[in-house]
Ligand binder design. Sequence first.
Ligand SMILES: [Cu+2]
Length: 179
Amino acid sequence: MSIRTRCAAIAAAAAVTACPAVYAAGASATLHHITGEGEAESVGTIRFADSEHGLIVTPALHDLQSRGLHGTHIHANADCGATRMGDHKMPGGAAGGHYDPEQTERHAGPYGDGHLGDLPNLTVEADGSATTPVLAPRLTVSDLAGRAVMVHAEADRYDDHGEHHHGKGGVRMYCGVIE
Ligand SMILES: [Cu+2]
């Protein structure tokens, strides 16, 4: 059954008329600056939509602290809180690691065969805004429920040298639960 046919059947059964919104539905997240104390100010939103070439990720972010490329991923848990190990507080630690349903444990980038949650870098303009969409060809909106999107302080070089942190974008800086 096609999505359109199934949608029509659901709409008939539920006596609703909002069918186009059902199959055109996307997802979005409101991002917040994150610190060792948890979530701070909002910096805008990221929207997600399916296309025939994969997931289109459209940022509408502002007041970001540094220009240039920033590593961005879908992380496993819908929680942007900090975690604590002894005296060390980790911003966004509650979001867990990169979404990796196949348990590849490889950080291979959006076009690789590792973490499904690896997104292309987001580009932050000189004025601190980010509005340029990127494409994640292996993901769909249906993968996103119950997860968070994370923007890191530095560029992601898809460098998977063990715990070599900067290869994945460095410190977790902005996070949003996907809804
Ligand atoms: Cu990340």
